[in-house]
Design a protein around this ligand. Sequence first.
Ligand code: ZN
Ligand code: ZN
Ligand code: ZN
Length: 333
Amino acid sequence: MALKRALNGATSAVASGVPKTYLSHKRTDIIRPFMVRRAIDGQLPERYNLKTMILGVHVSGAGKIYEALDRAQALKCQTLQIFSRNPQQWRTAPLSPKDIEEFKRRRKKFHIDPVFIHISYLINLASPNPRLYQGSIQAYIDDIQEADKLKADYIVTHMGSHKETSEEAGIERLTSALNKILDKTKGSKVGILLENTSGSGSWLGYKFEHQKEIIAGLRDKTRVGLCLDTAHAYLAGYDLAAKAGPDKLVDEIDRLVGLKRLKLIHLNDAYGKLASHYDRHDHIGQGSIGLEGMKRIINHPKLKNIPMILETPKDDEKSDSLNLALVRKLSKN
Ligand code: ZN
Ligand code: ZN
Ligand code: ZN
């Protein structure tokens, strides 16, 4: 049934005037979005098995954790992000084995790949407060172990706040926290992604020199990568609205950390001025980065095959589907 629907999609693409030859090579945009899902599953002929945008959204984890997958599926997402638990609370109870099994089952059924887990806002791996610091390390280890059970692929991490001690001291604490975490979770396949921040307060990670320094200080670098949040980058001072903005940012990441470490893009427009350091996201095309800027990011040749997750405002129940539809449209250029 699904396959038939998918093939019908291809036929109508031809009927709508797209040259037939496009179906046989790298033009994937005309068969989006559900065609692509089947392509990943390998159910389509070779010619559809193409590299394409892996798009998803941060979905609520309300109720049972596996219900998050239903939400992503309803939005025709190929990937998703969820919080490891209530982002404003420390852990209450661990997930039951039954819920974990059901998560894995639905994920496979819906072809959601990869799965990203965002850590709680309470975790601060750069905290100068010894109790919060140790508590954060322990909570992080618990989160990786749980992510491992869920077979999630990556944990997305904010870089922590040095709380007006100093950036160097904060980076040192963060690096040693990560060394400890990596040590204690040896053997885990869950990757750790360091997300850039908007640079509000004393948050680390608003420029990629920080990520470079932290990764350089890790004993095991194999499980560590980057998450690029486009709104945070803009608010931190990277002018992604300018024509040359995305190129400059991509080059900087490549030079400092290496583009191969970039495993996720948080595709958000920014609410607020360039370099205003105030972390607020906007709907795609409606913020300061704007439609053209977002289009350049989405279609950047060096970013195209990296999963993109929206963390745009959820004003009403249509917000996610509207933002996703716009991204899919912009990616057709
Ligand atoms: Zn984040
Ligand atoms: Zn983000
Ligand atoms: Zn943010």
